[in-house]
Structure formats: structure tokens, C-alpha cells
Design a protein around this ligand. Sequence first.
Ligand code: MG
Length: 380
Amino acid sequence: MGLLTIGTFARASRLSPKALRLYDELGLLIPARVDPVSGYRLYHPAQLERARLVAWLRRLGMPLARIRLVCSLEPGEAADEVATYWQQVEADTATRRDLATFLIDHLSRKDTAMFDEASTLTIRYAMRSDRGLVREANQDAAYAGSRLLAIADGFGRRGELASAIAIDALKPLDAELPAGNLLNALEDAVRHAGTAVRDLADGEPADQEVGTTLTAMLWSGSQLALVHVGDSRVYLLRGGNLFQITHDHTFVQSLVDEGRLTPEEAASHPQRSILIRALHRRAGAEPDRDLREARAGDRYLLCSDGLHTVVTTELLHRVISTVTDPEQAVIELVDLVNQRGGPDNVACVVADVVERDVLGRGGDEDAGRRDRPSDSNSAV
Ligand code: MG
């Protein structure tokens, strides 16, 4: 078969002559021949397959330099490269979706005073951690400060250390907020926590698993960043309703998500404590991330599974919505766990979003800062 003119080739490949000239200049799709007299580009029909691939990849939004890479690979490798590219696109889209959601929520509020309100919001908080009545040590750790709230539930032989170093990696955020994006700052700190836990795990025998869950919230003005990995939870009490705003990274939750188990069956499943994501020896446990808008009147509860698997959601809701003092609320929640046999360590944080001027003596931001107890079984 003879060579095709650029016009014919353009129609057959659904690429414009202008695009074909560009791809020639970039070395992406070089004509079979260029007429030495007229300068016309001529293409072999066999080049159509490559031209169509280029057109498809352009429709995916792939940059030309990367298309050149894909075109140079064998089909199997090219498929892998496209898959990698698409994963990156989806991750980028998820990040932009979070930001867009936040902005839509922020800008659509008719009450523009929200912008001014940002500087007047603060949190009133309390935390408590307890060994429970069965476990020998307390591997749960918690932190509550004026900007940072965090819960970690360690596991393995040195789980107590894993949860403590994960929390330690976040603490600098409470003292000084880095410039820039709030969510990025928290994500970076969680990444450091993951590295610290991996370093700990690498020092352990290969058959000894050690790691921790980590769920943390960081505040600035009316913005609230949330990063979460594992099966600790965050609940939001807003308008009298209790919402679970984190997703458990457990084996049973994945079965519930797939419709193979009901939530009720999951609650009593013998393998309900198996985590599918946590900070541990192996990298790649991507945390969930969220950027939210805080509103005055919101109440947040962070807790380890030692609370939410022992106390029913209905009872949690009742305590959270009726006990107004955060300190009293965390005391009652831990008491409820121990009244039910205290089968696991428990850690919980209750934080109220309040107008700064309604704070009483708790208004001194540093006065209420608390950390895990040095005596793992003592109340804080
Ligand atoms: Mg636990």
C-alpha cells in the first residue's frame, strides 16, 4: 500500500494535521517520508496504530513527554505505565476534590461572617486513656492540645512504644503550626510517624509484628485537617446527630463494603480486629485524609476500638450529647468500658468547638494540654 498524505492520515487517525506536525517535531510520530521538494509529510498505513494510541493517550490528558515514553515500551510495560499514570491522576483528583469540597462549603455560606469567625473559634477538650481490666499494659496513646488531637492504638510486642512514638511525631504541630496547607502539614507529620514506627519495627525480629493505628486532627481557625489510618474512629456530634466521619481500615469493614457482611455481623466477627491498614513494618499504608470546616457547637469524639467495639453507638451518642463537660464525658466513657469488663485498652478525646470568648478558665490554650499518662493505668 502506498503512503498516505497528511490530510488522509489525519482523517484516519482523528488527529489534526497541526497535531501531526507537532508530533513530528517532538519525535513522537515521525512521517515515513518527507517529500524533499514540497516538504509534504507522508505516512505509512501501519503508522495508524501508533497514531491512534497517541490520540487515545491525549484524550486521557497524558503529557506528550510521557506519551513518548509509553510509545517506546512493549505493550505489557506500556499498560503498566498507563496504569501508573492513571493512579497518579486519581490521587491528584482526590486531593483537588477535597479542596473543592471545602471551598464550595466555605463560599456557599451566605453568612460571610464565617470568615471573620475563623479567628474566634477554638476548642475545649479533654482526653483519657486507660489500660482496661484485662490487658497487662496500655498500648493506647492519646494527645489533646489546643491545635492537635490524636489517638494511637499500638499492637505487637512493643506496641506501647509504637503508639507513643507516632504521637510524639505529631506533637510539634501543636507547638507551632508550619506555614502553608494545614492538611499537608498533618500528612507530613503522619509520614514522619510512619517512618519512626518502621524504624522501630525494623529493629524487631522478622516474625514480630509491631505497629500502630493513628488518627489525628489539626485545627487552625475554622479549618480542620483529619488524617486517619487504622480502626480508631472520629465521631462528629452536630445538630444533635452523631456521625462517624472516619472509615475503619479493617478486614471486616472491607467485607461490609463489599456487601458480604452486615455491620451487625461485623461487630461480632471473630476477625474484627484484623487491620488492613496501619503504620507498621511495611510501607504503603496510605492514610485517609480530609479537610473540613469547623463550626461553633460541633463536638468531636476520637476513640480507639477499645471504646467503640465495647460501647454501643447509641450509648456513645447518649453520653456525648448529654454530658456537656468534656472532662466528665471522657471519664464516663472510660467508666462504661470498664463496667463492661474493660477487655481492651481504651483512649478517647472529646473536643468542643467554641467561640473563644465563651471559654471560662479553660480559655488559656495551654492550660488544658494533656498527654498520655506516665502510669498507663491511671486516669488523667
Ligand atoms: Mg485496641
